[in-house]
Design a protein around this ligand. Structure first.
Ligand code: GLN
Length: 300
């Protein structure tokens, strides 16, 4: 069968569940993964034949798509900040909003800001920018920072052993050096190290917001990474803010992805903790989504 002809069948099979645009985008994602062809290659090779082995694989993917399983989990991979990432049901599927957070951190922390290898009495001081990502999941934030801030020393914590398996594989695939730690941030009293940047995209969705979450997110993505108690929705922000007061260097920076409905409250929480320059930023959809703040050593 010709691949371009199979496209019609593919659309027919899924048309009751997804809109045309989405089916089209699934089609090209799968063509790239299974047949190694980009959209343009397919256009240039209209006679490309779909052989029996590949057809079997396509059919099994269609069955999975019919259960509303996210395409990223079906294929076991996705792209984040221009790089490949493995994902499974123990990790969130990285969101475009999180790419924006990564972009903000990279822009605000260009490598040129860090002094080149200062030497004191012949001893080399650590001139690397020390970064910690809390609740790393697939490792997408930590690995993208390690990849794009060349003199960074990146650490990442997660409470899920299963997520860290994926994160470590992602660090290897992306040829980056990240130190992963298995721990529950809510139980840590002191990180016992100082950092220049602490970043986190912690769980922040309240139960009252469940109605807004797509059914396939609810059914397949890890609730541990998504949901917080309605009565204490800023739990992670408070805990991480408190740790950042102890473990950020003077003028160190704290970055968060946040619940779009709790921008004001999250800003207030950080200001009450004594952070300065607490800035709320919107994502591409116009929602309050990111916060950056500076640890003021003066206000201790
Ligand atoms: N942004 C994610 C969502 O839309 C939530 C991520 C999180 O809770 N940290 O589902």
């Amino acid at each position: 069968m010709l691949l371009k002809n199979y496209k019609t069948t593919f659309h027919k099979e899924l048309s009751s569940l997804y809109d045309e645009h989405e089916i089209d985008s699934f089609f090209y994602i799968i063509v790239e993964k299974l047949n190694g062809l980009k959209r343009i290659d397919l256009a240039l090779n209209p006679e490309k034949v779909l052989d029996g082995i590949h057809l079997k694989k396509w059919k099994s993917i269609v069955l999975d798509l019919k259960t509303q399983k996210p395409i990223q989990y079906i294929l076991g991979e996705t792209e984040f900040y221009g790089a490949p990432f493995l994902v499974n049901e123990n990790t969130l599927i990285p969101r475009p909003e999180t790419e924006e957070l990564v972009e903000l951190i990279i822009k605000q922390n260009p490598k040129s800001e860090i002094p080149p290898e200062p030497k004191v009495n012949g001893a080399k001081l650590n001139s690397k920018l020390k970064i910690l990502d809390i609740g790393t999941g697939s490792g997408c934030i930590a690995i993208s920072l390690a990849k794009n801030i060349s003199n960074a020393d990146v650490f990442a914590i997660d409470v899920s052993e299963e997520a860290l398996v994926i994160a470590k594989m992602n660090a290897a695939i992306n040829k980056t050096d990240v130190t992963f730690l298995l721990d529950n941030i809510l139980k840590i009293v002191d990180l016992e190290q100082q950092f220049d940047i602490i970043v986190s995209n912690p769980p922040y969705v309240r139960n009252i917001e469940k109605a807004e979450i797509k059914p396939n997110v609810l059914a397949y993505e890890p609730h541990l990474a998504l949901f917080v108690d309605d009565m204490d929705a800023l739990l992670f922000y408070r805990k991480i803010g408190q740790l950042a007061k102890k473990n950020l260097n003077p003028n160190g920076k704290l970055y968060f992805e946040i619940n779009q409905y709790l921008g004001k409250e999250t800003v207030e929480l950080l200001e009450d903790l004594g952070f300065k320059n607490v800035e709320l930023k919107k994502d591409i959809y116009g929602n309050d989504r990111m916060i950056s703040a500076i640890h003021s050593a003066m206000l201790q």
